[in-house]
Ligand binder design. Structure first.
Ligand code: CP
Length: 335
């Protein structure tokens, strides 16, 4: 990565070099996340999250700036997908292209044709970074263990850190600051909820999760969230009444009730989660200027109505766009 452009200025009677600092240099030379695996939001500090968001915001100002092409010039990302994707696949590939690198797509369950340690050991010899979407979080950890290059979790059964980085960026853009905001997550306490809960609390936003009592969040994730809340001074609440959760909310967030791999439970989940639909009645209890969020893909008429998904309070397409910018920020800091 070339760090700065050099121009020549007429300096009195002499020609003196003038160094024009690249707006990206402060991030391309920042050591904090260089070479790091990004497996969970839990493993990122509040300062590291702020750094990624700051980098994403600078990159977003001119996403097709030719100077960005130097950031990952000659570098390759391997994208491993055990599950389908639209946003994660496209935004990582476009992001690598905009940073001057390239991305390769590999589909299929890991550990079947050959051991995960061998996949990691081979990829390590060819590529500069790995992104993996897996059923089990253990698979991400195994890739991290055996790959010398950084590994990014592109969604596992435990967390979806890239989604949360994009979501925090989106909330900051719409609300100015995360500190002191009230974020209500209504629905299934899944990987997206886990990451958002911990990330929001680390950044000082209050977080209330409303879910059916029979679908309580993962104990380890709640413990990590409680630790984040005690460190930032934000408040964490887990409730079973969606109206209680959205009262005074600045953000109303939901996601699918049936995550990939839970198809066998679809009917029982649809019944249990029906009272947790994000619709006009639920949103009417939030602040009048609350934003409505969903990481997509959405199941229209299930966890969210068309009216809310397409309505004036919805920022779902800003979230989708910000996957690109947030992940470019992440790649800039780890490559
Ligand atoms: N939100 C999200 O991760 O979208 P994809 O499943 O399409 O990648």
């Amino acid at each position: 990565m070339k760090s700065a452009k050099v121009a020549v200025k007429n300096f009195g009677n002499k020609l003196a070099p003038l160094v024009i600092a690249s707006p990206y240099q402060q991030f391309t030379s920042h050591p904090a996340l260089r070479g790091r695996d990004i497996t969970t939001v839990e493993a990122l500090s509040a300062e590291e999250i702020k750094l990624i968001l700051a980098c994403a915001k600078v990159l977003k100002l001119k996403p097709k700036d030719p100077a960005q092409k130097q950031i990952a010039e000659g570098k390759t990302l391997a994208m491993l997908f055990e599950k389908p994707s639209l946003r994660t696949r496209i935004t990582f590939e476009v992001g690598m292209n905009q940073l001057g690198g390239s991305a390769l797509f590999v589909e299929g369950k890991l550990g079947i044709r050959e051991a995960i340690c061998d996949v990691a050991g081979n990829l390590d010899r060819w590529v500069d970074v790995i992104m993996a979407r897996t059923f089990s979080h253990q698979t991400v950890l195994e890739l991290c263990k055996y790959a010398k290059v950084p590994v990014i979790n592109g969604l596992s059964d435990l967390e979806h850190p890239c989604q949360t980085l994009a979501d925090l960026l989106t909330i900051e853009e719409h609300k100015g600051s995360l500190k002191g905001l009230n974020i209500a997550y209504v629905g299934d306490a899944n990987n997206v909820a886990n990451s958002l809960m911990i990330g929001a609390l680390k950044m000082g936003a209050n977080f209330t999760l409303a879910c059916p009592a029979a679908f309580a969040p993962n104990d380890d994730m709640v413990a990590a969230a409680a630790k984040a809340a005690s460190e930032s001074g934000a408040k964490l609440k887990i409730v079973h009444d969606p109206v209680v959760a959205v009262q005074h909310a600045d953000v109303v967030y939901t996601d699918t009730w049936v995550s990939m791999g839970q198809e066998d439970e679809a009917e029982i989940r649809k019944q249990a989660f029906a009272p947790f639909q994000v619709n006009s009645t639920i949103v009417s209890y939030a602040k009048p200027d609350a934003i409505v969020m969903h990481c997509l893909p959405a199941h229209r008429g299930a966890e969210i109505t068309d009216e809310q998904l397409d309505g004036p309070q919805s920022v779902v397409l800003d979230q989708a766009e910000n996957r690109l910018h947030a992940q470019k920020g992440l790649l800039t800091l780890i490559l």
